[in-house]
Ligand binder design. Structure first.
Ligand SMILES: [Ca+2]
Ligand SMILES: [Ca+2]
Length: 623
């Protein structure tokens, strides 16, 4: 590890500051006390002439005896010459000087031992900075084919406390032997530590989603990863081994295909394992059917339940919503949002009226919105809905509903489904990123809005009032880039987004506006304490298709994982690259981009001190 190496180098440099690199041989030679030692040895033996070693000198044939005999007269000669009057005194002097040399040798060796102990103690006691323990790595996974789906999930599969990276991609177009051209896909798990492959598992079709979780709440059971395909695949994998635990028999979907990722429900068949629901869609739109699936075995819990709903636009959900009282509803729709009580689906699937305890609760505020004919569907919102998100409501154990619609953004209170605020906006197509920007402990939202060709407007909306609190226009040619955020220990969030290189006004930054190819995208970080500047953390070529932020509890660090599709050359599929970046490390290394017309400017030292103190915590945005 480089930090330990640095410590050793540092302490040796203290010893001899004028030496560039530590060399034990020259170090010993240059030491004064060492020289004294050699001199004293020479004096005692007297066998060295002209500084040459006895081994190096070839003795004359007749000088063997002389060499031994000559030593004494030589010594006495020296004594006579140097100290002519008192030979005894000379001996005393010699004894004293040898004691002095022993003392000096001992002091030297003692100092050496003590400094070595100090170096070792320091190396073990002083913790390394996070950068040394957190691997910031990048892994090329070869060419990928397939569509726009880029599933990416983080889960610790090997119990080392560091979340690992799960993803899926299509490797070839002719994987089927039965003549049907169905892509052969794989599910891969990369080590969060260094990006090495922990396991990989073949998939019969392209995956649209990977979700890893524990289906037995409150236990230390093994994590499982649910994989939903684009066609008929729905499987649970053991996260540790990568082996399939069960696969839903596609015959149960009859002639429909899976319309959305599987959703986790409470335990329905009372076997202690949470169960699941998938939504299958037939040839025509109104033909939607829910299938309840046992989380333990992957077999259906009852028969499929059909709903005929009509709408225009994106398929919304299905998503599960648990009210403050504990009533469970499934939200779905086409360009609108409908709710159906899980209780109603269960009763039809099982064809019986006895309900598990988790389904015996009703939510009066939701139930009173049922239409007069007591339809099973409850209208939640019906106006050009494009996206639906659950976001944690402040001071409550339930979520609010954030609806991205064609006309703008709406926040519905989960309690009673009334609008908290509405913000009119055009050009919002990607999912808002929740995070804490203002000080009121209420989730705010980072939006990116297409704003002309090659430009996008980054915007932070106050979650309490729906007003815009921060905005910036950034150059970006990538269509929809993922935005993320991470919570810090003082309940603020840092927001991360991708854009092309921005003009750096700061004199300390050496980024020049307009430089670099347009395909080079930069990862920018916005901290609410410094809204007048951005930190340029990293850059990537190609298209960023997915990103996830995970927290490392031990080091109070956040790590940022990106899935990038590299630039493709003629006729060759684009390479897939997965990268991991430690945010605390990146904060210290990042370049400051001062946004124009802002005063007062913050000092570089002050900013650095602030950034070095940032700690990240694991705080979910959703109930
Ligand atoms: Ca791990
Ligand atoms: Ca169950």
């Amino acid at each position: 590890m480089s930090c330990r190496h640095d410590l050793v180098t540092f302490s040796t440099r203290k010893k001899s500051p004028d030496l560039g690199e530590y060399d034990p041989l020259t170090q010993a030679d240059s030491d004064e006390s060492e020289d004294d030692l050699v001199l004293n040895l020479q004096q005692k033996n007297g066998g060295v002439k002209n500084g040459k070693s006895p081994l190096g000198e070839v003795p004359e044939p007749d000088s063997d005896a002389e060499a031994v005999g000559a030593a004494k007269p030589h010594l006495s000669e020296v004594a006579t010459e140097g100290y002519p009057s008192e030979p005894l005194g000379g001996l005393e002097q010699k004894a004293t000087s040898s004691i002095v040399s022993y003392v000096r040798t001992s002091v030297f060796l003692l100092t050496l031992v003590i400094s070595m102990i100090l170096v070792l103690v320091c190396a073990f006691l002083i913790p390394c900075p996070p950068r040394d323990l957190h691997s910031t790595w990048s892994r090329h996974l070869g060419p990928q084919r397939g569509g726009d789906l880029s599933p990416l999930e983080l889960a610790d599969v090997n119990g080392d406390g560091l979340r690992d990276v799960l993803l899926s991609f299509v490797t070839s177009r002719n994987g089927s032997a039965v003549g049907v051209s169905r892509p052969a896909a794989i599910l891969v798990c990369l080590s969060g530590m260094n990006g090495s492959t922990l396991w990989l598992s073949p998939l019969p079709e392209e995956a649209r989603d990977i979700t890893c979780l524990d289906l037995i709440p409150g236990s230390v059971a093994e994590t499982i990863c649910l994989v939903t395909g684009t066609h008929k695949m729905f499987s649970a994998f053991n996260a540790t081994s990568g082996k399939a635990i069960w696969t839903l028999n596609p015959n149960y979907l009859s002639n429909g295909t899976l319309a959305a990722p599987g959703v986790v429900l409470p335990d329905l068949d009372e076997d202690g394992v949470r169960d699941l629901v998938v939504l299958a869609i037939g040839e025509s739109q109104p033909d939607l059917c829910f299938l309840l699936v046992s989380g333990r075995t992957g077999s259906p819990v009852g028969r499929p339940v059909k709903y005929n709903i009509v709408g225009v636009g994106n398929l919304i959900g299905p998503q599960v919503y648990v009210t403050t009282n504990g009533a469970v509803y499934i939200l779905f729709g086409f360009g609108n949002i409908q709710a159906v009580a899980l209780r109603d689906i269960f009763v039809q699937a099982q064809n019986r009226d006895s309900l598990p305890p988790s389904l015996q609760i009703e939510e009066p505020e939701w139930e009173k919105r049922r239409s007069i004919n007591l339809s099973e569907l409850i209208d939640i919102y019906s106006d050009g809905v494009e996206l639906l998100q659950m976001v944690k409501a402040p001071d409550s154990n339930c979520s609010n509903l954030l609806i991205t619609a064609r006309q703008g953004l709406v926040l519905l209170r989960g309690q009673n489904l009334t609008p908290s605020w509405t913000l009119s906006l055009q050009g919002l197509h990607s999912q808002p990123t929740p995070g804490y920007f203002t000080d009121d402990q209420t989730l705010d939202f980072l939006l990116q809005i297409q704003d002309g060709v090659g430009m996008k407007k980054m915007m932070v909306v106050d979650g309490d009032s729906g007003s815009v609190t921060w905005t910036y226009n950034a150059p970006c040619h990538m269509k929809e880039t993922p935005t993320t955020s991470a919570v810090t220990s003082d309940q603020k969030s840092v927001f991360l987004f991708w854009a092309e290189g921005m003009s750096a006004v700061s004199p300390s930054s050496d980024a020049i506006p307009g430089t670099g190819p347009p395909s080079l995208h930069h990862l920018y970080l916005l901290h609410p304490a410094f809204p007048s500047l951005l930190l340029d953390l990293a850059n990537a070529t190609g298209t960023v298709t997915a990103s996830e932020v995970g927290i490392n509890d031990l080091w109070k660090d956040a790590f940022y994982v990106t899935r990038t599709t590299g630039p493709s050359s003629e006729g060759h599929p684009a390479p897939l690259v997965v990268s991991k970046l430690s945010l605390r490390w990146a904060l210290m290394e990042g370049q400051v981009v001062q946004l124009e017309d802002t005063t007062p400017k913050i000092g570089r030292g002050e900013l650095r001190r602030f950034l070095s103190r940032i700690k990240f915590v694991d705080l979910p945005y959703q109930m």
